[in-house]
Design a protein around this ligand. Structure first.
Ligand code: AMP
Length: 170
């Protein structure tokens, strides 16, 4: 499956100088979508994943079918202020300033085996914050699965010693 054929580059979105990787053509193609979910899940089949944590918002679209495929539950990692009950937060640096992500403090039981899923690994700041959040809650990170890795941004450097799987690298 040539996944790149189904990922469209959108220049200068959401701001000048950024090449946005639009995965909606891939999501809407039944064969490409199924292949992507299978291939993102594959390395983690049999590793006892209990929870797939997806990062808002495109991460949700991938985390949920991957969780179903692995026989796991799903937990949302959301932007600040979206979750209704007691949360844990983790902050990360943006180009200008900081942002934070949150998960319910009881999103999964202590020592649960957790797989992190998102659409794009770029600078790695979001994934590093999500991993710290998973560990603060008491989860055991089995690994991370991304559809796209922007290799030139070296996001892996922010996730040393972690198992990282990505389908497509630019
Ligand atoms: P980062 O923290 O830099 O690794 O950015 C990762 C997050 O930002 C992911 O949740 C992505 O959805 C989003 N993101 C970063 N760069 C892009 C891009 N070029 N195209 C689409 N989404 C992106």
């Amino acid at each position: 499956m040539d996944f790149k054929k189904h990922i469209h580059d959108v220049h200068d979105f959401p701001k000048k100088g950024v090449v946005f990787k639009d995965i909606t053509p891939l999501l809407s193609d039944p064969k490409a979508f199924a292949a992507a979910i299978d291939r993102m899940s594959e390395p983690f089949v049999g590793s006892g994943v209990q929870i797939v944590a997806g990062i808002e918002s495109r991460g949700f679209l991938l985390a949920t079918p991957i969780a179903y495929r692995l026989g796991a539950g799903v937990a949302p990692i959301r932007k600040k202020g979206k979750l209704p009950r007691t949360v844990k937060s983790a902050s990360y640096a943006l180009e200008y300033g900081m942002d934070s992500i949150e998960a319910h403090a009881d999103a999964f039981p202590k020592n649960a085996k957790v797989l992190l899923v998102d659409d794009v690994l770029a600078t790695g700041g979001t994934a590093a914050a999500a991993i710290s959040l998973i560990e603060v809650i008491g989860g055991h990170l089995v690994g991370s699965s991304f559809l796209i890795e922007l290799g030139f941004l070296d996001g892996r450097k922010k996730l040393p010693g972690r198992k990282i799987h990505s389908l497509v690298t630019y």
